[in-house]
Write a protein that binds this ligand. Structure first.
Ligand code: ADP
Ligand code: XUL
Length: 586
């Protein structure tokens, strides 16, 4: 039997199939700009100033096209036991009155999905995209209703964000009353795709619903104040809730959303019993693509740096996001996004390489500086934010200091260090230290780390963002394992320094992840299919199942030379100075 996983991202729709041994057996993709040029999207979206959205019809065409590619490749569609997947987060699809009926009536003989559903099934032709920036007013209103950004984060796991679905729905209800009034149901992109495959409109999936600023995570239901505020005057919280399909599909009550619609059975040869399990958001599916346990951290060193952490600590902050874990009960996924990642490092690399040469993308000198033990930067620290930073939330700035290693006090602000090689060390260290610091409140404590914190040493409070913790919190809590992905994870020197600063207790790993979101969907479909049908025991939770069955060859264990414990502890003395340095930023 095979299991399909979809990934509907900004620029493409990918579909993967795995077999029972979790090996990928088929892989097809539809690229929106290239394969569906008649929608005239740029990188998958329409941008008009602050407004960014995507045509829903394009996604329908992409679904037919990717399944056609699968069938044409000779893949045995009849052997697919279950499907799941992931989609770009926060987007919302507006189904028009009568859409449910139209979904039920879909018929393979009557043409493709787009012909049968567009435009009649939708009250808006487009779905807001996560890059949209047009909801500042709505965000302010929603935050003020609950008391501010901290209160909003406490309730919904995130402060109000432009791209989050609550502010987006609120804007549409205010600015497009006619469209809102004729809307029968509102889906997230994930529940939209689930609905199309099932041939009926299904409710939202809980983990992805945490990206709306409407869902009360501690109470595990929609927040009444927020749904009331997001609903227009001419409707009610109950009216909005009804459009959202009532309560969400809970992550800890895994259930099939139904079997695949007869449209897909007749058109592509699926078995009529093929089950559809709830799709989720793409970041949430990423953590389902790996055998991650509590306190594991995934560091994505792409253009920006994103850190995902598996936690049982509900410690929300306006600076990052918490979502309910899509597959492991009582767990959350923390997501911390730093805007200054690779691009900031590239600037230092270019300064070291100097002008004139043809060194281009050559990281040799940067890496040599990073690994040069004779280059002493033990009393130096810098923040390198050529772009405004999200965490901490400050304007673009670069600042260098030296500090007193005994007291942690700043000694002087420096225009430059002795040479740009120092910047290579300092930028990677401070990026990694910032990640370590933001992850700390989400980790469970453990006494084994305390050997590095002598009882006689002072234990002052240190402040970062909205947190005021003891220094010992930062110098004792460590991740279990750290996984590195993304462009710069190919760079051994950068990964080494990140690994030393983060200080995983049980190893560092690297992996290629071109398929992670779709693969997370495949794994979820396979596990849920077996779990829901009783083919595996109730005690075989998703994490256990994946730990036992994950193809280990996919993971590269990174060996860090030297004593990583000592290396990690050596960065403790930079924590208080970094707190002081950040306090000087606007
Ligand atoms: P995206 O975040 O857009 O998906 P990638 O994950 O592909 O992008 O990461 C792109 C970044 O990776 C580039 O900005 C580049 O600086 C960085 N990168 C690629 N190779 C290396 C390398 N060998 N050393 C350091 N950085 C690298
Ligand atoms: C997450 C976010 C993006 C999209 C990309 O909050 O907005 O990562 O999910 O598809």
């Amino acid at each position: 039997m095979y299991y399909l996983g979809f990934d509907l991202s900004t620029q493409q729709l990918k579909c993967l199939a795995i077999d029972e041994k979790l090996n990928i057996v088929c892989n097809e993709v539809v690229e929106f700009e290239k394969d569906l040029p008649h929608y005239h999207t740029k990188k998958g979206v329409y941008s008009r100033g602050d407004v960014v959205d995507c045509p829903v019809g394009m996604w329908l065409e992409a679904l037919d096209l990717v399944l056609k590619k699968f069938a044409d490749s000779g893949f045995d569609m009849g052997s697919v036991g279950a499907m799941s997947g992931s989609c770009q987060q926060h987007g919302s699809v507006y189904w028009k009155n009568g859409a449910q009926k139209m979904l039920e009536m879909l018929n393979a003989k009557d043409g493709d999905l787009v012909q049968q559903l567009c435009p009649e099934a939708f009250s808006r032709e487009t779905a807001p995209n996560w890059q949209d920036h047009s909801t500042e007013d709505q965000c302010k209103k929603l935050e003020s209703i609950v008391g501010g950004p901290e209160e909003m984060a406490q309730i919904t796991g995130s402060r109000a964000h432009f791209r989050f679905t609550g502010p987006q729905i609120m804007k549409i209800a205010e600015q497009e009353p006619a469209a809102y009034k004729e809307t029968e149901s509102i889906s997230l992109v994930s529940s939209f795709l689930t609905s199309i495959l099932c041939g009926k409109i299904v409710p939202l999936e809980e983990a992805d619903a945490c990206g709306m600023n409407l869902y009360d995570i501690p109470a595990r239901k929609y927040n009444e104040q927020l749904t009331q505020a997001a609903a227009p005057k001419y409707d009610s919280a109950a009216g909005l809730l009804k459009r959202l399909g009532g309560q969400v599909v809970k992550c800890d009550e895994p259930a099939s959303m139904g079997s695949v619609s007869s449209y897909f059975v007749d058109k592509y040869g699926f078995n009529k019993d093929c089950e559809i399990f709830p799709f989720t958001g793409d970041n949430l599916a990423t953590i389902c693509s790996l055998p991650l346990e509590k306190n594991d951290v995934l560091v994505s060193l792409g253009t920006s740096t994103t850190v995902l952490v598996i936690t049982d600590q509900y410690h929300p902050s306006p600076n990052y996001h918490l979502f309910i874990h899509p597959t492991i009960p009582k767990y959350y996924m923390g997501m911390i996004c730093f805007s200054n990642g690779s691009l900031a490092r590239e600037k230092i690399r270019d300064a070291i390489n100097g002008s004139g040469g043809d060194s281009g993308n050559d990281w040799t000198r940067f890496n040599a500086a990073l690994l040069d033990d004779s280059l002493d930067n033990s009393n130096e620290l810098g923040v390198y934010f050529p772009l405004g930073e999200i965490v901490p939330s400050v304007k673009a700035v670069t600042k260098r200091i030296t500090f007193d290693e005994n007291t942690g006090e700043i000694i002087e602000y420096r225009e430059n260090f002795d040479n740009p090689k120092h910047d290579a060390k300092n930028i990677v260290e401070s990026q990694a230290l910032s990640a370590r610091i933001r992850v700390t409140p989400l980790l469970n404590g453990s006494d084994t780390g305390r050997k590095f914190q002598s009882k006689t040493e002072p234990d002052p409070d240190v402040s970062f963002d909205y947190d005021n913790l003891k220094l010992s919190d930062y110098t004792t809590k460590r991740p279990n394992r750290v996984y590195f992905v993304g462009g710069a994870s190919k760079n051994d020197a950068i990964v080494k320094v990140f690994a030393e600063v983060m200080g995983a207790r049980n190893g560092n790993y690297r992996l290629e992840t071109p398929n992670s979101c779709a693969l997370g969907g495949c794994f979820k479909a396979l596990w849920l299919h077996k779990y829901a049908s009783g083919n595996i025991s109730r005690s075989t939770t998703f994490d256990k199942f994946l730990a036992e069955n994950f193809p280990k060859k996919e993971l590269e264990c990174i060996n860090i030379a030297g004593d990583i414990d000592e290396k990690w502890a050596s960065y403790n003395k930079k924590i208080a100075p970094l707190s002081r340095l950040e306090a000087t930023l606007d």
